[in-house]
Design a protein around this ligand. Structure first.
Ligand SMILES: [Zn+2]
Length: 300
């Protein structure tokens, strides 16, 4: 009887085990990556969804409470969250996750940042003064951050280093295979010209060998103006671009307007996990990005 009870209790144990670490991610891609590397050992939370612009959210009390209980904060950095994260960290007052500690990491510190020209015009409202923060749409950047995240989780929670390293190994095996599949599938996208709403896609386009020829925003962060759009209409009246791309949270008005006047198809691409029905994890995110880009260009 006793062994039966022990057996039953052991069977129930996984339900009772709490995660070792709480991970607060500023964006859904980093929560998804923490799930890959941390598995059952981490409980992840994302401050933003794919339907929100991570440049601009409110430092809500519910977010402060999450940061207060976090063991690790992982964000894109490069000032993407400058409008809300400093206030969150200050109000949460959790020493474990302050910048400079092991409990705080900026993903963009582990990749080569694009657009870091050093001569941005802050006066004009450019919101990428430290280079482009939208690093998640190149799967090779995800690889670099996955390694850095594994090192960090192992540092905070040494007892489970083997688990984190095994999870990384398994993830990278599947990830490298997926990258090869995406690159083969996207070969015909190379050299295509693209117009984007915001400079959210520079890493994706560089990875796929596509060329960004214009942005609907004249300056990153400032809404498209009538004057700029009418200039683009003239510039692309006879084609010159294969597709116009925007993220789910960007208003369709500007891209629809330009699409109607130039005949260039306008599409929405997921910028992070949750941006489409299929983008339920990082694999689905890139599956959908490639599929949607190809669909638009095949039909053009
Ligand atoms: Zn941006």
């Amino acid at each position: 009887m006793r062994s039966l009870i022990t057996f039953l209790l052991l069977g129930l144990m996984p339900l009772c085990v709490n995660a070792e670490l709480r991970v607060f991610a500023c964006e859904a891609e980093w929560a998804a990556l923490a799930d890959e590397i941390g598995g059952n050992l981490v409980e992840t939370y994302s401050a933003t969804t794919a339907l929100q612009d991570p440049h601009y959210i409110q430092a809500r009390p519910s977010l402060i409470a999450k940061v207060r209980r976090a063991d690790l904060v992982i964000c894109s950095g490069a000032q993407l969250e400058i409008g809300w994260l400093p206030a969150l960290l200050q109000k949460a007052n959790n020493r474990k996750v302050m910048p400079g500690t092991d409990g705080y990491m900026e993903a963009s510190s582990f990749v080569m940042r694009l657009d870091a020209t050093g001569n941005v015009d802050r006066a004009k409202g450019d919101i990428h003064p430290q280079g482009n923060p939208h690093i998640q749409v190149d799967p090779h950047n995800i690889t670099a951050v996955a390694r850095a995240l594994t090192t960090r989780l192992s540092k905070i929670n040494r007892d489970n280093t083997d688990s984190y390293e095994n999870n990384l190994k398994g993830f990278l095996e599947r990830w490298q295979t997926a990258i090869a599949t995406w690159e083969a599938a996207a070969a015909d996208l190379q050299g295509k010209q693209v117009i984007t709403h915001h400079r959210s896609w520079v890493y994706l386009l560089r990875w796929l060998g596509m060329n960004e020829v214009a942005n609907l925003e004249a300056v990153p962060g400032l809404p498209p103006t009538a004057a700029h759009l009418s200039q683009l209409t003239g510039q692309f009246a006879d084609g010159g671009a294969a597709v116009i791309i925007r993220a789910p949270y960007q208003h369709d008005k500007a891209s629809t307007w330009l699409s109607e006047r130039t005949g260039i198809p306008a599409i929405v691409l997921p910028l992070t996990v949750g941006g489409t029905e299929g983008a339920t994890d990082l694999f689905g995110l890139f599956d959908d990005i490639i599929r949607l880009l190809q669909g638009a260009i095949d039909n053009a």
